[in-house]
Design a protein around this ligand. Structure first.
Ligand SMILES: NC(=O)C1=CN([C@@H]2O[C@H](COP(=O)(O)OP(=O)(O)OC[C@H]3O[C@@H](n4cnc5c(N)ncnc54)[C@H](OP(=O)(O)O)[C@@H]3O)[C@@H](O)[C@H]2O)[C@@H](O)CC1
Ligand SMILES: [K+]
Length: 504
């Protein structure tokens, strides 16, 4: 796992470690790591034009010491100081190494000479704000951040791209858009969660020895080895591998039923039981003959319906189900069982008015997007998008459920556990029906015996990986990048076997 700690924990660990080290040692470790990454980014350090954007705190100090190291290797280093003060030791080190220091930038008026060096630099180190940054960037930092983001040189953010809130990934206003972020001691949640994550480029972690002093992480992101879907054993039969029951679709909404069932069929379930009214059942039978289907006559109550369907090990309720009395009765019946239940889409709309149904012991997994979560919590969608970590945690705690918040950087939260941030995925996943595939897939993993947190996080991982596999073609000659194509929800289902194989 990649571990991320919020600012308070980083500072506490730093304090404990600094007490055992000579003064300035930690900053030298950070600066050495930063300079080493910068040197790797340049074709030649000797003669390269390097600009340091230097804020008033230790983040600026790191940039100055790293700049001094590059200057000693022959780079032409220019510091652009911003803010009311500048790190003294760092400034002296840069000057001693032959670096140039421009006049301090005040207000919005960045001098033409400062703007010109930023524009033409081979590499820009962003040392405006790190973990000490609070709120939206003030001037002149905001203008400098925009100039850096627009420049043609490589932008390397020191610890955190300035303008990104290190603990949450919030960005109020502008932020530096880096090609590489060199972060010290531990990842910060804001480097893994959008909108902050989108500002980071590639994140490089520099070990400065904080490890032994760091407590449990606040946020974690899986490596492939951390994702371990249930493996069938030689003695497994279809019942022991887990039967997932899907209650989805209606006369008007049939696609969700077919896609959700497809996610479960390719998600490793031993058997998929699908139940709905006649039309979606016909379509599911046609597309997924593997599924065992049940037609629910209109008006059949929830408990009776579950009896007709037969035994399952986990339920998925909601995609395309509608939000009326029948949908509510089915949702209530499944939540009254002692089985794991995943609630998605229309099921979440019903839950928004029936939160009482969530008083249960068995695992409950909710898979909202920002709008659905906003409806359940009674806040605007935009606010959820802007503060994803805060809202997913709040939902998990208030609803006593595992909550998977879909979107760019999908998050999975459970009370008192580190939040899982999904590292896979592609913006091409933002297309109709992919959420239905995800809920079927997670349902299969739940039925296979995974906990709510593991099933949701592993499902998100596999789903995002399948989307990448589906959208990416061969590497384009001369670019080093794979070609890409738009994908459909069906393509994601089709790529699930390869995503599973990539983990084994
Ligand atoms: N912890 C560790 O383990 C280690 C930490 N290290 C390094 O120290 C960094 C933390 O340094 P830090 O505490 O001095 O804070 P920092 O990020 O420089 O920001 C403070 C400055 O920013 C300013 N400022 C704030 N908000 C602003 C805004 N919205 N808009 C504009 N300005 C704003 C604020 O201004 P003020 O509020 O004082 O006017 C002040 O001048 C950390 O990220 C890492 O790089 C490593 O060297 C060693 C290991
Ligand atoms: K920075």
């Amino acid at each position: 796992m990649r571990y991320a700690h919020e600012v308070g924990k980083v500072r506490a660990a730093e304090g404990a470690l600094m007490a055992r080290l000579p003064e300035g040692a930690l900053m030298q470790r950070a600066a050495a790591g930063l300079a080493a990454v910068c040197a790797r980014m340049l074709p030649r350090v000797y003669g390269a034009d390097v600009v340091l954007l230097v804020g008033g705190g230790d983040n600026g100090g790191d940039a100055l010491y790293a700049g001094a190291r590059l200057a000693r290797r022959g780079a032409r280093v220019t510091a652009v100081p911003a803010g009311s003060r500048t790190h003294r030791g760092g400034l002296a080190a840069l000057r001693a190494a032959g670096g140039r220091v421009l006049d301090r930038v005040d207000g919005e008026a960045v001098s033409p000479s400062a703007a010109a060096v930023i524009e033409t630099a081979d590499l820009i180190i962003d040392g405006l704000t790190g973990i000490g940054g609070t709120g939206g960037l003030r001037e002149p930092h905001a203008t400098l951040a925009v100039l850096a983001s627009q420049a043609t040189g490589v932008v390397v953010a020191c610890d955190v791209p300035s303008g990104v809130d290190a603990s949450s990934g919030r960005v109020d206003g502008v932020a530096v858009h880096a090609d590489v972020t060199v972060t010290f001691g531990t990842y910060k949640p804001g480097l893994l969660i959008d909108p902050g994550a989108a500002c980071c480029g590639v994140v490089e972690l520099v070990d400065i020895g904080l490890g032994p002093d760091l407590p449990d992480p606040d946020v974690v992101a899986a490596w492939p080895v951390d994702v371990q879907p249930p493996e069938p054993r030689p003695e497994s039969d279809k019942y022991r591998r887990g039967v997932v029951g899907i209650l989805a679709g209606g006369e008007d909404f049939t696609g969700a039923a077919v896609l959700c069932t497809g996610g479960a069929v390719h998600g490793g379930a031993g058997m998929v039981r699908f139940a709905s009214v006649e039309h979606p059942v016909e379509l599911v039978r046609h597309r997924w003959p593997e599924a065992v289907t049940t037609v629910l006559p209109p008006g059949s109550g929830g408990v009776k319906a579950l009896e007709r369907i037969g035994r399952v090990q986990a339920w998925v309720v909601g995609p395309g189900l509608g939000t009326g009395a029948e949908a509510e009765s089915l949702l209530e019946a499944t939540l009254n069982t002692d089985l794991p239940v995943l609630v998605d889409a229309d099921g979440l709309t019903v839950l928004a008015r029936r939160r009482d149904l969530l008083r249960r012991e068995a695992p409950t997994v909710l898979t909202p997007h920002a709008g659905e979560l906003g409806r359940i919590l009674g806040v605007e969608r935009e606010l959820v998008e802007a503060r994803r970590l805060e809202h997913v945690r709040r939902a998990a705690s208030e609803l006593s459920a595992t909550v998977l918040l879909k979107g760019s950087t999908t998050l999975v939260a459970e009370e008192d556990r580190p939040v899982r941030v999904n590292p896979t995925g592609t913006p091409r996943l933002a297309t109709a029906g992919t959420g239905d595939v995800l809920s079927g897939l997670i349902g299969a993993l739940l039925a296979g015996g995974m906990s709510g947190l593991d099933a949701a996080a592993s499902g998100a991982y596999l789903h995002g990986l399948a989307a990448r596999i589906a959208s990416r073609g061969p590497v384009r000659a001369g670019t080093g990048h794979p070609s890409e194509a738009p994908i459909s929800a069906y393509d994601v289902i089709g790529a699930l076997p390869e995503a599973f194989r990539a983990l084994s």
